[in-house]
Ligand binder design. Structure first.
Ligand code: PAF
Length: 281
């Protein structure tokens, strides 16, 4: 596995691969790799002839300095896992390479970026859209892989690619969970032992909601109340939102006719977690 930091060299190499007829799969990450990333890498490895991972903790998508400060880092471990996953190239740019000094160019997908996670974390999706645009221009991938846990991010990236006529097909892969249902996230390491014991309630409550919808319940307020009550019985951590929305547009629903996305965010003491469940038509 080649490890490069220089964006110019990454672009040169991926362009050369394309000219040679290779199909390039790309998994953009902020490091702190876990089994969720490994599932993205395994799928990308299977579907392409070349596999590229980027490892870059993007400062512009953090709305809170303490979240940026406590975001876990372990580059040697990440590089070992990337190599084990069969990556041909690991790209580890520096903040200065990604954001040269001076007033920056930013990219924003309006509308979708201002609701749910975007309302709770102002500027977050502008940071994501900006860095993903740069990553996609440098890694000339055919396909890029994103996890369904960050559903809103994935559909914003799909919209970005469609609007800017960029190439990679955006592949959304299922959320990977611990055996007790907790969605894997790099931030889970910041949970206290007590919070970690309570956290599987998020998936249990979402699964209850999905079951109710499948059983014909349509009232979004009743679904939100039921999900909220189940979570409140397990933890005093405050919820940012519980949403019952259309998966492709994130529009709130007056009646929960599938397809429905149930999504939530909760603030534990040192980790804000999100999770969601898709109830398909
Ligand atoms: O999902 C992530 O890890 C990040 O938001 C991404 C897509 C790598 C952009 O920094």
């Amino acid at each position: 596995m080649l490890v490069l930091d220089d964006p110019g060299k990454v672009q040169e190499l991926t362009e050369a691969w394309r000219r040679a007829g290779e199909r390039i799969g790309f998994v953009p990450t902020m490091g702190a790799l876990h089994a969720g990333h490994q599932a993205l890498l395994a799928r990308a490895r299977a579907e392409n002839t070349r596999l590229v991972i980027s490892l870059f903790v993007n400062p512009t998508q953090f709305d809170r300095p303490d979240d940026f400060r406590t975001y876990p880092h372990d580059l040697p471990r990440d590089l070992r896992l990337a190599e084990e996953a069969g990556c041909d190239l690991a790209w580890t740019p520096t903040a200065l390479q990604m954001y040269p000094p001076g007033p920056p160019t930013v990219v924003e997908v309006t509308g979708l970026s201002g609701i749910l996670e975007g309302a709770a974390r102002p500027g977050h999706f502008r940071g994501v859209a900006t860095v993903v645009t740069k990553l996609f221009h440098i890694v000339r991938a055919h396909r890029a892989y994103f996890g369904a846990k960050d559903w809103q991010q994935a559909i914003i990236v799909r919209r970005l690619v469609a609007d800017l006529k960029m190439e990679p097909e955006i592949v959304i892969c299922p959320t990977v969970r611990e055996p007790d249902g907790l969605a894997l996230s790099s931030r889970n390491v910041n949970l206290t032992p007590e919070e970690r014991r309570a956290a599987p309630v998020l998936f249990r409550a979402l699964s209850w909601g999905a079951g109710e919808i499948r059983a014909g319940r349509r009232d979004p307020d009743a679904l939100r109340r039921g999900i909220g009550a189940r979570i409140a019985a397990a933890t005093a951590a405050p919820l940012d939102y519980i949403a019952v929305v259309r998966p492709e547009t994130l529009e709130p629903l007056l009646a929960a006719d599938p397809p429905v996305l149930l999504a939530l965010a909760i603030r534990f003491s040192r980790a804000r977690l999100i999770d969601n469940l898709l109830v398909e038509a």
